[in-house]
Design a protein around this ligand. Sequence first.
Ligand SMILES: Cc1cc2nc3c(=O)[nH]c(=O)nc-3n(C[C@H](O)[C@H](O)[C@H](O)COP(=O)(O)OP(=O)(O)OC[C@H]3O[C@@H](n4cnc5c(N)ncnc54)[C@H](O)[C@@H]3O)c2cc1C
Length: 410
Amino acid sequence: MNSKRIAIVGGGAAGFFAAITAAEADPSADVVIFEKRSDCLAKVRVSGGGRCNVTHACFTPRELSLHYPRGGRVLIGLFGVFQPRDTIEWFAARGTPLKTENDGRMFPITDSSGTIVDCLMRSAREAGVQTRFNAGVASIAKRPKGEFLLTITGGGETVADRVLLATGGCGSGAQSALAESLGHALEPPAPSLFTFNIESSWLRSLSGISVEPVEASVPGTRLRERGAALITHWGLSGPVILRLSAWGARLLRERDYRFTLLVNWLPGRSADDLARELSAQREQQAARLVINSPVAPLPSRLWEALAAEAGIARDTRWAALSKSGQHRLVQQLSRSELTVSGKSVNKEEFVTCGGVALAEVNLKTMESRICPGLFFAGEFLDIDGLTGGFNFQAAWTTGWIAGKGMAAGC
Ligand SMILES: Cc1cc2nc3c(=O)[nH]c(=O)nc-3n(C[C@H](O)[C@H](O)[C@H](O)COP(=O)(O)OP(=O)(O)OC[C@H]3O[C@@H](n4cnc5c(N)ncnc54)[C@H](O)[C@@H]3O)c2cc1C
């Protein structure tokens, strides 16, 4: 019997993981990765600020799934098959141990993404996977006998029994076109994991300050997140903003990234608690300047700016703070109203949501329900996660399942 021909389109995290898994599961298979760039695993290399946040130390599928704004429900089942514990073992078995940071993020012990790239490339080589660079797949046609004919950019064709589309986020029409030409509908793309542009000069003047925790919400929606915020030259960033951007990726796009953001700088306290605290200050610190006695744990520069925004003059002493001034200060502390006028790229990590609709995929194998022999993995699927190693975990999980699926009998 002829050996099975497996074509992997895309030499990223998902493509490599699927290729290695397929080649190890069926050593007689002829597995080839087609990568349009002159190098592979480019995103792995730049990921996690050059350290590669490989996965997250969360080992309960249901809990893990809560970190995926899209695809979470489906991932509960997929994580039952291959989850972070398996990722850790997979890399350790190949001489690449991972370590866990306090917040659960996992990195190679070398703190270098190059270690992960080397591990994947070495594992692919040892499993007999071939890699073709500068070999973008321009089109895929299904032949009457069931195999696929792939046209390679710059010339050449190849025939395969199994094809994996692991071409990453479906932002460009060219990537979607391959799946669409084989009968698939794609959920429309939208950026996720971005930061907010806010024009307020008082906020921008505080660039570099981080505050934890704050609660940020978008009025009139269910978008509400709590965590650390970082004030930047162009607005707000930090985990709380990235989470809002991920959960609100579609809604915020519909609003053209123009919306009102409410920030509660002291989310542990209610407005009534704050009013009581400020009243106590008026009595106990009557002679001190308001701007010199910030409410803990607010950074003093932020406190000064919020007091100014509340219309409190710099020379106001607590004893002279009017009831209405106090009320405005409480409002600023618990409901700062900021106008978001656009988004910026989060350089640490960004992904595209949307992609191949999960209802069109057999989740036991990642094979298309529409076009037998066609498989999917990674960000090209309508799955995306928060920052913290969740996006790579989705790539490893779907890549592993697809690899096994492709290696299973023809
Ligand atoms: C700056 C940055 C940092 C990140 N850091 C992290 C992190 O630390 N942890 C984490 O979990 N996630 C991180 N992510 C997200 C993570 O990188 C992606 O979710 C992950 O790379 C998706 O893997 P993939 O294999 O599906 O797609 P990709 O990594 O995008 O790979 C797809 C590959 O397919 C190739 N390709 C596309 N079309 C074709 C074609 N027609 N023919 C041939 N080849 C083609 C592309 O050139 C590319 O090499 C980061 C993302 C960015 C942008």
